[in-house]
Design a protein. Structure first.
Length: 135
């Protein structure tokens, strides 16, 4: 599962943007009158921002959780988005249901297609270090 087509650095860079879009989706797509859908979008977006900001990769604020836990969090958030309309009973409302199912499927696909390789997040240096023998 480590060898998906999406580089880890791209996943890390796009995740905050996607989280903000999910938070703002009820107002962007006009379903802010559905309180449970608005709350789910806000909670999922905030959780996405929080998980991304504490993951052990180069673009994080604090390196507290490993990449595997981040992957698990992404899978859970995708499932919450997909199952939210069923659990909270607003499947009869097309707008929020469509958005949440599509966003959830995209979240799951992105998580499963990311190349979760820690070496991609490490900086590489091309300059060779000089030792006393090479001077």
């Amino acid at each position: 599962m480590d060898r998906g087509p999406i580089p880890l650095n791209l996943h890390a860079a796009l995740e905050p943007l996607v989280a903000v879009i999910i938070i703002a989706a009820p107002w962007i797509f006009g379903f802010s009158d559905t309180d449970s859908a608005t709350a789910i979008c806000a909670l999922v977006g905030v959780a996405m921002l929080l998980i991304g900001s504490i993951t052990d990769w180069r673009l994080s604020l604090a390196r507290l959780i490993p990449l595997r836990l981040h992957l698990a969090g992404d899978l859970v958030l995708g499932a919450v988005l997909i199952l939210g309309p069923l659990v909270f009973g607003f499947t009869d409302e097309g707008g929020p249901t469509r958005f949440m199912v599509i966003a959830g499927v995209l979240e799951l696909m992105t998580a499963l297609m990311t190349r979760w390789d820690r070496t991609e997040t490490e900086r590489t240096y091309t300059r060779r270090r000089q030792t006393p023998a090479t001077r």
